[in-house]
Design a protein around this ligand. Structure first.
Ligand code: PPE
Length: 329
């Protein structure tokens, strides 16, 4: 646990996402596949799997945190709801009731006896026949547990990251639905991410089809202006992030005004603070954009305040008033 002192003297503790679980441990873990607990080595798919050729897959990324009351899944219901909604959009709803899939996640964590982990449920078109038409192929479901430390680097939460505005845009409306967390959308994310890495940045921010700020390759984005927290609206081709929703709720509780509106690119450069949100990225401050220093060039006080509230729930320092944690045991 690292402790940072802000200019104003407030002490901020940022908890690591979870204790690391070794790769070899995970490779001996069980994976849930179509209702069965399967050893890691046997959880394979055929090369003719439809999803491999046509990206016919929907997935989620969920964190299970180590809390004082044992492992707890963060906002499980909302993630499952988004998984089913994404699947509905693509006419490939999982052949299991919501409750069964939620329980399967909890059971998998129990069976693998993990204190914390990153959960990756995936719904995909399996093997029947190739060709664009997905209908003949079965809808298969799997749940994989992984270890995922800090998404954008070990010190990202404390020190912030350097990002660029990507030359790639997010999907235009009527192309690929941005509200669905589909594998296909991540080909776009991959282009944004590779360009950023090759340019020496931690992450890339994409604009949308109209040239307004959309989101990072795997995160939503917020800017701070005084007591206002501004974030692009759903129609800016963003994934409706669950961390985004948590941050908006926490910020309102703290007395900030949350505004969902189009953000012109240049507003990023002049913001007092900019930060990214996501399950993997949690709340990651941005210290520079296109090599222009943002605010004081380090994690700003608003991002730190929201981080503190976010982790206070997980650390058991705040009561879980909204039922955001599902305890595994
Ligand atoms: N936008 C995108 C494009 C995105 O991928 C994520 C999550 C978000 C916003 C934030 O959504 P939420 O997690 O519900 O707050 N990205 C996942 C990681 C992507 C990856 O596999 O890499 C995640 O954070 O789990």
């Amino acid at each position: 646990m690292s402790t940072k002192t802000l200019a104003e003297g407030a002490s901020v503790k940022v908890k690591p996402a979870h204790e690391p679980v070794s790769k070899s441990f995970l490779e001996h873990s069980k994976i849930w596949m179509n209702g069965k607990m399967v050893p890691w080595s046997e959880a394979t798919v055929h090369i003719a799997t439809h999803a491999l050729h046509y990206a016919t897959a929907i997935f989620e990324g969920i964190r299970c945190y180590a809390t004082p009351r044992g492992p707890a899944v963060y906002r499980l219901d909302r993630h499952i709801e988004r998984l089913y909604n994404s699947s509905k959009i693509y006419r490939m709803e999982p052949p299991y009731p919501v409750e069964e899939l939620s329980e399967a996640i909890l059971e998998l964590i129990r069976i693998n006896d993990l204190p914390s982990c990153y959960i990756r449920p995936i719904v995909y078109r399996g093997y029947a026949s190739l060709g664009v038409n997905p209908f003949p192929c079965p809808v298969d479901v799997a749940i994989l547990l992984m270890d995922w430390g800090k998404y954008l680097g070990d010190d990202a939460l404390d020190n912030g990251v350097d990002v660029c505005v990507s030359s790639w845009s997010r999907m235009a409306p009527n192309t690929l639905p941005a509200l669905a967390k589909s594998a296909a959308n991540y080909m776009n994310s991959g282009l944004i991410k590779m360009e950023a890495i090759l340019g020496g940045f931690h992450e890339g921010i994409a604009l949308n089809h109209d040239g307004y700020v959309s989101e990072g390759s795997g995160e939503n984005i917020f800017i701070v202006r005084g007591r206002d927290l501004i974030t692009p609206p759903l129609e800016a081709a963003i994934l409706p992030g669950i961390t985004r929703d948590s941050v908006m709720t926490i910020a309102r509780d703290l007395g900030y005004a949350v505004v969902e509106t189009n953000i012109p690119r240049e507003m990023l450069y002049c913001a007092e603070e900019v930060f990214l949100t996501g399950t993997a990225a949690e709340i990651t401050p941005i210290r520079s954009i296109d090599r222009i220093k943002i605010g004081c060039g380090k994690a700003g006080p608003v991002a730190r305040e929201i981080q503190r509230e976010f982790f206070a729930l997980i650390d058991g320092e705040r009561e879980d008033r909204r039922g955001w944690l599902t305890h595994v045991r």
